[in-house]
Design a protein around this ligand. Structure first.
Ligand code: ZN
Length: 155
């Protein structure tokens, strides 16, 4: 069913953590946790790691990379771009780890970009010691869609 824009179709984030947790989630979260150690975050002073699982079971990790003048890239996009640049095209789960007790979900730019390459992506985070899964389509219910074509489809 095609969604139509409008606030009646936008569910709060808190209501979308009701999906089965992928069995790979703990391993992915551990990879994301290890990836954040390599973050370069002089602007935000907040390290983030991400790990994306492809359909053929490959894992690509990323960390946030910033310059001192606030230029940079989120961990999620680093992981996605690494995977894309290595030829991966189908993505299943993305795990995010960050410093501090509050789990991090992707920013708006990452949500849009992830949606363009993996609209059915599941995002997993650890909250108070428990793994939670979110569907990207719930985090971005009305994505920007310029021409109705995905990036891998012929023009
Ligand atoms: Zn982001």
């Amino acid at each position: 069913m095609k969604r139509t824009p409008g606030p009646q179709n936008i569910r709060p984030v808190t209501s979308c953590a009701k999906f089965s947790i992928p069995s790979e989630a703990p391993r992915l979260l551990e990879k994301a946790r290890k990836a954040l150690i390599r973050a370069i975050a002089p602007s935000s002073n907040f390290r983030v790691g991400a790990a994306v699982l492809t359909r053929n079971s490959k894992i690509f990790t990323g960390c946030n990379i910033e310059s001192p003048v606030y230029l940079g890239l989120c961990a999620e996009r680093v992981a996605l771009f690494k995977a894309l640049s290595e030829g991966a095209r189908e993505f299943y789960v993305l795990a995010i780890a960050c410093e501090g007790p509050v789990p991090l979900l992707p920013c708006g730019t990452c949500r849009q970009l992830l949606w363009e390459f993996a609209p059915k992506l599941l995002i997993v985070v650890k909250e108070k010691g428990k793994v939670k899964a979110y569907r990207l389509q719930d985090l971005l219910p009305v994505p920007f869609e310029r021409n109705g074509r995905g990036p891998f489809r012929a023009q």
